[in-house]
Design a protein. Sequence first.
Length: 202
Amino acid sequence: MLFFITGISCFIAYNWNKMESFTKISIPIILIILGVIGWFAFQNRVLYRQLFLFSSSFFIGILFAVFGQIYQTGADPYTLFRNWGLFILIFSFVENFYPLWILNITVFTISGMLYSRLYGNFTMICITGSIVILFFLLIYIIMIKKMSLEIKEWFFYILAFSSTALMTVGIFWNVLGIGYYRNIDIYGPLYLLIYVVFIGLL
């Protein structure tokens, strides 16, 4: 399924300039519909139906990108990822497919980081991404305790590592920046405090 998605994406990108606007927007719509049909058709084959829903979720993002490119909506890039994440959130809840959850969390994280880029520096961008991932990680922990779900260690570690990595990169970028440029940043101690609290939570 991953190779199929990659192949379709490469095909669209390669032939982009030769396609009419209607063709450009029709391809992801058709692929989304086919994915949903496949999800219904393979209800007795768990992995197949999950992969079909994953492909539909991916092509929803392609549809938003194509729509924005064709009609030049002028919307900020973070809104594309935010809307994409909101649209596929119901798919994540319905199927509870962990790779789909990773896609969903990644999309929301990128949206948050792009939004923070409008108002903050690189450190704030990394902290925002880390906090978004940490939010989903805490929700996951709460759901495990409240609903007695089976914990997926690899999923837990991916979220924990990603959140920690982003937070560490952001904080150390700020610290090293202060040391190199020799300027005073009143937010430096605050960033370090946030990092200490963050590590304590993990």
